[in-house]
Write a protein that binds this ligand. Structure first.
Ligand code: FES
Length: 351
C-alpha cells in the first residue's frame, strides 16, 4: 500500500522514461519505464495498485489522465478511447507508452483495496423486465466474497461454456451477498441463450471482480448528472442506492435514461420508488422512437440534459451506454461547462 507521502524514484535508464503516477489521495510513485513498454504492465510489475482487466485497450478499467509530458498508443495496439478523450489527456495505460518523462493522475486512491477475487454464486432469480432485458439476481455461496464500489462490473463465466461476459452490478455492496445484474438479451448470444433456456434457481455461476474505474466518487456534494442508455442503467441504480444509504444531505441527482421504445423502458417502478425515497432525484425518460406518453419524451437521453433548466458546471457526471451515446454525452456536458475530469464514463463493448 502506498501512503500519501510516499515517493519512490529510480534513476532513468538509457531508453527509459520517468513516469509518475498520482493517486486521488495524493500518493505518488515514479518509475523508470523502458521505451516501448506498456505503462500498465510496468506499473503492475512494480506492485502499483493500478486498476485493470482486459489489458487490450477495450474495457477502460486502466483509464488515467496524462497531465504532463507525452504518451501515445503502443504500435500495433488499439485504444477504445474517442479522439476527443485522447485530446483531453485520457489514456488507457495497458496500451500506452511514454514518449519521454510524463505524469498521470488516477481517479482512485492508492489503498489497493480492490483485490480481484473469484467467487462462486447461485442463481436466486431470473426475471424478464423488458423484451430484451433480464434482471439476474445472484447470491454468493458461503465462504465466497467479493468487494466492489457502486458502478463497477464483474465478469461471469457463462455456465456450460468457456466464455466470459462482463456486467455492471446494479446493487450496492450493502446488499451483499446478493448481486443484481441487468443483462441485455442478444440474438445468438451465449449468455442470452443460457438465461433464456437453462438458467434456473440454484444454478452455480462463477464470477470474478471487481473491475473498472467507473464508480461513484464518494463524498461529492455537487449535483450529480447520470445519463444511461438501456442496461447502462445498472451502475446508476447502484450509485443512486449508495447515495440514498449515505448519512447526511444528499446531492441533487438528475438521471436521464433512454431506451429504444416505450415498451422497452424497464425499471420505471423502481425509479419512481427511488424518487419517493430521494426527493432530490429527478428522472427524465426518453425513447428513440414514438409513440411515447407523457412524461416520456421522444429523443435521446443526452439532449434531454440541460433542457429543463441550467446545469451547474461544477456537477459531476456519470455516463453509461453504447459508445456513440457516451461520446455525445461527454461533448454535450463539456459544452455545458463541465470539467472533463468530472465526467466519468463506461461504455458497452461488444463481446
Ligand atoms: S485494462 Fe486497459 S483497457 Fe482494459
Amino acid at each position: 500500500m502506498l501512503t500519501a507521502t510516499e515517493s519512490d524514484q529510480t534513476a532513468v535508464d538509457l531508453g527509459a522514461s520517468h513516469v509518475t503516477f498520482t493517486f486521488s489521495d495524493g500518493a505518488e510513485h515514479t518509475l523508470s519505464i523502458p521505451t516501448g513498454s506498456s505503462i500498465l504492465a510496468a506499473g503492475l510489475e512494480a506492485g502499483l495498485p493500478l486498476l485493470h482487466q482486459c489489458r487490450s485497450g477495450t474495457c477502460s478499467s486502466c483509464l488515467a489522465t496524462l497531465v504532463e509530458g507525452e504518451a501515445g498508443t503502443l504500435p500495433g495496439s488499439n485504444s477504445s478511447l474517442f479522439a476527443s478523450e485522447m485530446a483531453a489527456g485520457k489514456r488507457l495505460l495497458c496500451v500506452t507508452q511514454a514518449r519521454g518523462d510524463c505524469r498521470f493522475t488516477l481517479g482512485y486512491d492508492s489503498t489497493g483495496g480492490q483485490q480481484v477475487s473469484a467467487a462462486q454464486t447461485f442463481v436466486n432469480a431470473v426475471e424478464r423486465v423488458a423484451a430484451d432485458v433480464i434482471r439476474l439476481e445472484l447470491e454468493l455461496a458461503e465462504g465466497s466474497w467479493i468487494d466492489f464500489r457502486p458502478g463497477q462490473f464483474i465478469q461471469i463465466k457463462v455456465p456450460g461454456t468457456d466464455q466470459t461476459r462482463s456486467y455492471s452490478i446494479a446493487s450496492t455492496p450493502a446488499q451483499l451477498p446478493k448481486i443484481e445484474l441487468l443483462v441485455r438479451l442478444l440474438p445468438g448470444g451465449v449468455m442470452s441463450e443460457w438465461l433464456l433456456n437453462r438458467a434456473a434457481p440454484d444454478a452455480v455461476v462463477e464470477i470474478a471482480g471487481p473491475h473498472g474505474a467507473f464508480f461513484l466518487r464518494e463524498g461529492e456534494k455537487v449535483p450529480h448528472i447520470m445519463i444511461a442508455g438501456g442496461t447502462g442503467l445498472a451502475p446508476m441504480m447502484a450509485m443512486i442506492d449508495q447515495i440514498r444509504a449515505r448519512p447526511g444531505r444528499k446531492p441533487p441527482i438528475l438521471l436521464s435514461f433512454g431506451c429504444t421504445s416505450e415498451e422497452g423502458l424497464f425499471h420505471r417502478d423502481a425509479l419512481e420508488l427511488r424518487q419517493h425515497w430521494l426527493p432530490g432525484l429527478s428522472v427524465q425518460l426518453s425513447v428513440d422512437r414514438g409513440p411515447a406518453s407523457d412524461p416520456v419524451r421522444v429523443g435521446n437521453p443526452v439532449e434531454a440534459v440541460g433542457q429543463g433548466g441550467a446545469i451547474d458546471p461544477a456537477s459531476v457526471a456519470y455516463l453509461c451506454g453504447p459508445p456513440g451515446m457516451v461520446e455525445a454525452a461527454r461533448s454535450h456536458l463539456e459544452a455545458l461547462g463541465l470539467a472533463p475530469d468530472n465526467i466519468h464514463s463506461e461504455r458497452f463493448v461488444a463481446s
